[in-house]
Structure formats: C-alpha cells, structure tokens
Ligand binder design. Structure first.
Ligand SMILES: Nc1ncnc2c1ncn2[C@@H]1O[C@H](COP(=O)(O)OP(=O)(O)OP(=O)(O)O)[C@@H](O)[C@H]1O
Ligand SMILES: Cc1ncc(COP(=O)(O)O)c(N)n1
Length: 272
C-alpha cells in the first residue's frame, strides 16, 4: 500500500468558471503532490468577466468541515481564500484552535485575505475586516495580501518599493509571524517584486512581469503552492521561494478562456 501524501486544507469559495477559488487551489495541490481538502465558504456565480452572484455556506457548516477533515484525515497545512463574512471568520476561529491550525498549534496556516475578485467584485463584507485583522492575522504563520488588500487592512496606499516595506511593517504589527506583500498590482514596476518580512529581515522575491491579462487565480495559486511546500516541511522562506517560482511558471502557462480574463495554469508542472 502507498503512504498518504501530506494533506492541505483550503477554506475558500467556489469559482464556477474554474479559474480561481477552490478550483485553483485543488489544481495546485494536485500539481504539488499533496492531497487537498476543502472547507467551502461560498458558491460564486462567476465567469471570465466577473462575479454575478454569491451564496454563502452557513457559518457552522464551514467550521464543521474543518473539524471533520482535521480530526479524521489530519492536516499538515491550511490556507484561506474567500471567507465572505464576519460570521464565517468568527465560527472558524474556535475550530482552528481546537485542531491546532495556526500559531500556537502544529499546523502552518496561510491567510490569503481575499477581499475582491480581479474584476473588483466584493468577496469579503466590509464588516468582516475587524474579524480578519483581530482573529485571523494573529493566528497566521503567513499572510499574503495584494496591494488592494493592504490598503483595506492598513490604510496604506502602496505605490513603490519603499511603500511596500512600510506596509509590511504595519501588517506585521497585526500579529502574523510572516508577511508577504505581493507586488503584482504595482503596475509601474517593470518587475513583479513580492516582499517577505518576519519583523526583522526583508527578503525580496523578484520575478518577471508578463504582459498578459490572463492572471485569474494567481493569488490563490501562489498561496496554495506555498501551503503545499509548508506541508512537506519547508521553512517559510523556502516555501515562499518555491511558491514564487511556481506562480511565475503558472502565469507563463496561462490561457485565454471566455470573453474576459483567463486563468493561470498550475498544471504546467505535469507537462514535464
Ligand atoms: N503579469 C504577471 N506576471 C508575472 N507574475 C505575476 C503577474 N501578475 C501577478 N504576478 C504574481 O502573481 C502573484 C499574485 O500577485 P498579485 O499581486 O496579482 O495578487 P492577487 O491580486 O491576489 O492575484 P489575483 O487577484 O490575480 O488572484 C504574485 O507572486 C505576483 O508577483
Ligand atoms: C471564489 C473566488 N476566490 C478567489 C477569487 C480571487 O481571484 P482573482 O483575484 O484572480 O479574481 C475569486 N475571483 N473567486
């Protein structure tokens, strides 16, 4: 009999178009050789043009999914994506603590504070920001905001690499062990520079900026590949370097889909 691979949980929403959300997470887990489990938070009605509807899963059902898989299957890492509401964040927090996910527990916890789709459709209620900051950030091994999320969470508008460092310090003060300020939305920068910070040292992760509109799901794919590496025992800097290489190759393999923005492709890894 073969031994089970490491297990990674995504706590996130479904994208009916298959480009982002749990669909991107599961493709990435598959490509990275880990077994993916899901605590579904919401069903979005979504295609390459945007989101036209959202149905939330009851908060207690989200928490129950976490307990169910953690207590039976066992988890080596967990990540969040779309969390939709304060009620869901408040319900999952005691479940995370009970099964040892996050700081103080055994299981590394990556918080991707998804607030909107790439088209600007809201995926997290404004009223959930306090719960995100106060309940999830202090439990996170790593938080991975994009620049819009940085502005929502800290009020800092990042325009250049100096601002990116100021924002990393402000985010770290909210309690996560590590912060990754993603640079994909620093549109004037010829590179996509992501910045990792642990409260003492800045680690720059430079990467190319491909001239493409097909980047749907890039944030989810990055956080899922980092989580997969953490589940296999990598340190945070090792996992983030792995994730950066993984996302660059996934953007390079992105394809058009529908009339709008196509998805990045984590499955580049299986073409070898
Ligand atoms: N055009 C691009 N070429 C190469 N890498 C990119 C590009 N756009 C984004 N990236 C990388 O993809 C990752 C996600 O970046 P971004 O800052 O866009 O986050 P995001 O907004 O959460 O992603 P998305 O909303 O598209 O899912 C980062 O590592 C970033 O550097
Ligand atoms: C269910 C779900 N989760 C996450 C995203 C963010 O992805 P993107 O910013 O690429 O639209 C999304 N659009 N939908």
């Amino acid at each position: 009999m073969t031994e089970a691979p490491p297990r990674v949980l995504t706590i996130a929403g479904s994208d009916s178009g298959g480009g982002a959300g749990i669909q991107a997470d599961l493709r990435t887990f598959f490509a990275c050789g880990v077994h993916g489990c899901v605590a579904l938070t919401a069903v979005t009605v979504q295609n390459s043009l945007g989101v036209t509807g959202v149905a939330e899963i009851p908060a207690e059902t989200v928490a129950a999914q976490i307990l169910s898989v953690a207590e039976d299957i066992g988890l080596q890492a967990a990540k969040t994506g779309m969390l939709a509401s304060a009620a869901i964040i408040e319900a999952i927090t005691p479940a995370l603590d009970r099964v040892g996910i996050g700081r103080g527990g055994r299981t590394p916890f990556v918080v991707d504070p998804v607030s909107a789709s790439m088209h600007g459709d809201q995926l997290l209620a404004d009223s959930a920001l306090d719960a995100l900051r106060g309940l999830l950030f202090p439990r996170a091994t790593l938080v991975t905001p994009n620049l819009d999320e940085v502005r929502l969470i800290t009020g800092i508008a990042v325009e250049d690499r100096a601002d990116q460092r100021v924002a990393a310090k402000a985010l770290h003060a909210l309690g996560p062990e590590w912060v990754l300020v993603k640079g994909g939305h620093m549109w004037d920068d010829p590179e996509c520079l992501d910045l990792l910070y642990d409260g003492s040292e800045f680690i720059e992760l430079p990467g190319p900026r491909y001239d493409t509109r097909h980047t749907h799901g890039s944030g989810d794919t990055l956080a899922s590949s980092i989580s997969s590496a953490l589940a296999k025992g990598a340190t945070v800097p090792e996992a983030v370097r792995f994730g950066k290489d993984f996302i660059v190759r996934s953007v390079a393999a992105a394809y058009p889909l529908g009339a709008g923005d196509g998805p990045v492709s984590p499955l580049w890894r299986l073409d070898r």
